[in-house]
Design a protein around this ligand. Sequence first.
Ligand SMILES: Cc1cc2nc3c(=O)[nH]c(=O)nc-3n(C[C@H](O)[C@H](O)[C@H](O)COP(=O)(O)OP(=O)(O)OC[C@H]3O[C@@H](n4cnc5c(N)ncnc54)[C@H](O)[C@@H]3O)c2cc1C
Length: 405
Amino acid sequence: MKKRIAVIGGGAAGFFAAIHAASPDTEVVLFEKSNKLLSKVRVSGGGRCNVLHHCPYTSELVKAYPRGGRSLKKAFGRFGYPEARAWFEEQGLELKVEADGRVFPKSDSSESVIQVLEKAAQKAGVRIQMQKDLIQLETKEGGYRLEFRDRSTYDCEAVILALGGQPKESGYAFLKSFDLNWVQPCPSLFTFNVPQSPLKDLMGLSVPNAWVQIPATKWKEQGPLLITHWGFSGPAVLKLSAWYAPDLKERNYQFPILINWLGLSEEEARTQLQEYFFAHPAKGVANSRAFDMPSRLWKAILHLAEVPEGKSNRDLSKKEFNRLLENLLRSPFGVSGKTTFKEEFVTAGGLDLRDLDMQTYEVKKYPGLYAIGEFVNVDAITGGYNFQHAWTSAYLAGSKASKLD
Ligand SMILES: Cc1cc2nc3c(=O)[nH]c(=O)nc-3n(C[C@H](O)[C@H](O)[C@H](O)COP(=O)(O)OP(=O)(O)OC[C@H]3O[C@@H](n4cnc5c(N)ncnc54)[C@H](O)[C@@H]3O)c2cc1C
């Protein structure tokens, strides 16, 4: 008799796990609660699906995971970026790497990724059952019993949980009879609302390399920064939201920020500004180009620093010069609330990694039970890393589950 393996969840992780769990010795059934498969893959990356991030080195890759980090080293060492990329290419998916390292299908369409996954699942003989909402999981002699909302049951030897991020703790209720540890869920990857921002009229403007910092903490991140009509967005803000997701939730998304628009140290900024003013003494301060930033933003910063636009560089008082420098390096704003970034978000929290063998994603206390993808306490910054973890964890769990004990 074949080993029966149930995969719960028809997202990226569930599909990839089912494909790798399938073998002549196994019967793999994938249960999906909705009537849609791979729905996040479809909408991901603005419909283009940022399927991976070009990062061949495991030690570098783990740095993109606020939750997971170093505990993912072994997993990525076994099946990381090179292996995942090779798998997709072997299936005939042509990929391209963009300048910032994000990997997309050459077609620029997530449908190409979906087709590859669906074809591979079909070829492997994975059976798919839709509208199967798992509501109860129990151990039984030699395996597990699943119960679905429609009251049907399924007995099997192995279960792979790929239910995605559960925004509420009630999402783990079906496992109540299991002795497991959970990290409280909270949203990650969001932009900052600044209702009183004096820069709202500048929406759409960006700087290439800002630092965004939360004062009186060590929390700061660097990268492109975008002014929006509701506040701030862009990689610097998204990274900050990801790295400090639980802390920012604890502050109820009410906190001050300081923006360094230049990405320079105080010393570097002071020298560059002095040298520019020295070289262009008669130039009007409003028309000065001391740094790489849009002129409308420069003028807005002059306004914040209370430096009269009509003055020439040589006429700036020492106080005005210092106020300008202060606002270039530490413009203060009050964040009040968050907004989802292009509908893209992930859930931080989930099954505690201490409960998992991180080389197989098998739950230590329950042989034959696996948990993968966003359902576990791993999430990443934007850029293809969340899917990378879905492929990695799914491959390791699926391959281990496929083995006969
Ligand atoms: C709009 C958007 C864009 C994104 N873009 C990117 C991107 O470009 N690159 C990137 O790396 N990441 C991206 N992400 C994040 C990425 O999509 C997720 O991290 C990834 O899809 C997680 O895969 P998963 O299989 O673990 O979970 P999911 O994709 O969430 O799949 C879980 C599945 O389980 C099913 N399920 C849940 N509960 C049950 C139950 N009780 N019984 C049966 N089935 C159940 C759900 O219906 C769902 O189909 C994006 C996310 C969003 C929301």
